[in-house]
Design a binder for this molecule. Structure first.
Ligand SMILES: C[S@@+](CC[C@H](N)C(=O)[O-])C[C@H]1O[C@@H](n2cnc3c(N)ncnc32)[C@H](O)[C@@H]1O
Length: 295
């Protein structure tokens, strides 16, 4: 499939660096080709959870995973009634850290107001409070649809894939959208900042998110595909024109390592509908379909 699309605001709408759900229509068209009725759709790096939510709403069983506390807070807020372990910090944001709804709304608001490398102010302010209210009501609205996830993990993706294997969980589609390096090979540090800074806000000793760069990305990707193939009928590897490796480097490396993808779907949009980074006048999404070991 090769399509040209304009992005569209997702229904579950949290600010998230590298969020792909603007192109849900493209993903839905591709993913549906490989799903069985009532089958399991899983992701290794769920981020905003916007695509996960749409596939759950569509009736698939979904499995979310992301190492970031922000991503995990969104998933728990939207899909569960669970309460997190709360540690008092005597800061203005304490009341928001007691629930997953509060955490997700607080983190989203800090990003909206201060960007993807946010600061945490010593005192609250009107702008933040209004944003938090807005996201709390967004969560309430989404929750009223009563969409549930089959499972939610907050693990390093390699541990997550091992865990599925150990628990004999086999999925139709494992969608993998890594924290790819930028096209020039440098790390996308924003994930590191939000994950580690936000963990500090809620006093969680989480495993640090370590972002890949040009020097190790291909080794890690090959390792992840090998593990994912063990627990999936199809592995869908997602990459973007703004990232390293280039499609050519990625494809040659996959083929040289005996990973013969059975399809490559692509989507093209104008840069103006994208992140506005000013680095290119187009944005292209690549989706490689790789058969699992048991297929
Ligand atoms: C490109 S984003 C995913 C965006 C997502 N597809 C969306 O549409 O919102 C990459 C994600 O990988 C997560 N991540 C980075 N390293 C990870 C690791 N080792 N294990 C699990 N998640 C990781 C980051 O926290 C980030 O949410």
């Amino acid at each position: 499939m090769d399509v040209v699309l304009k992005g569209k605001k997702p229904e579950l709408d949290f600010p998230y660096f590298g969020r792909q759900s603007r192109f849900y229509e493209f993903f839905n068209n591709c993913v549906s080709l490989y799903m069985s009725k009532g089958g399991i759709y899983a992701e290794t790096n769920s981020g905003s959870n916007s695509n996960i939510y749409m596939f759950a709403k569509k009736g698939y069983k979904v499995i979310a995973n992301d190492l970031s506390i922000y991503s995990n807070s969104i998933a728990k807020a939207i899909f569960t009634e669970e309460k997190p372990k709360y540690v008092k910090s005597n800061k203005w944001y304490d009341e928001y850290t007691k629930t997953y709804d509060g955490r997700a709304a607080l983190f989203a608001s800090l990003i909206d107001v201060y960007g993807y490398n946010p600061i945490i102010p010593d005192e609250s302010n009107k702008e933040l409070e209004n944003k938090i209210k807005f996201y709390l009501s967004h969560i309430k609205k989404i929750k009223s649809n009563n969409v549930k996830a089959f499972k939610i993990y907050n693990l390093d993706l390699f541990k997550y894939l091992d865990e599925l294997y150990k628990d004999n969980i086999f999925v139709d589609v494992m969608f993998m959208d890594f924290a790819w390096p930028w096209r020039d090979g440098t790390m996308t540090e924003e994930y590191d900042t939000t994950a580690n800074l936000f963990a500090d806000v809620v006093k969680v000793e989480n495993e640090k998110v370590v972002i890949w760069d040009k020097s190790n990305v291909m080794d890690e990707v090959l390792k992840a595909i090998t593990k994912a193939k063990k627990v999936s009928k199809y592995v869908l590897l997602s990459n973007q024109s703004s990232n390293f490796p280039t499609p050519e480097i990625l494809e040659v490396t996959l083929l040289r390592n005996n990973i013969n993808y059975i399809a490559r779907h692509t989507m093209l949009t104008d840069e103006e509908y994208e992140d506005d980074l000013g680095k290119s006048d187009f944005f292209r999404e690549y989706l490689y379909v790789i058969e699992g070991d048991k297929k």
